[in-house]
Design a protein. Structure first.
Length: 97
């Protein structure tokens, strides 16, 4: 099984620049060992259902420690079978450009 997640999560009660909070989330994702890629508007990662849901919860719990309002968008793509899609989907598009 492969579950791709695209996540944007940040506090809305901490002023204009929230990069220190976003870094906390990315560190948790990085340290999870799951494949990930971050971009200017979100971070994608891939794993099994239980792994990605646990990771989403850990990210939320981290910000909840000192943030009273948290905005998040979560997109999930489940596909039976194939793994390694976090890279192969990008390579597929790049090869066609």
């Amino acid at each position: 099984m492969s579950v791709l997640v695209d996540l944007a999560m940040f506090p809305t009660d901490k002023g204009e620049s929230v990069s220190p909070y976003v870094c906390r989330i990315i560190r948790i994702i990085r340290d999870s060992g799951l494949p990930y890629q971050f971009g200017s508007m979100g971070t994608s990662f891939e794993g099994e259902w239980e792994e990605v849901m646990t990771l989403l919860t850990r990210c939320f719990e981290e910000l909840k420690k000192d943030c009273d309002r948290i905005y998040m968008t979560i997109k999930v793509d489940y596909r039976h079978g194939a793994g390694g899609r976090i890279e192969s989907k990008i390579q597929s598009i790049q090869s066609k450009l």
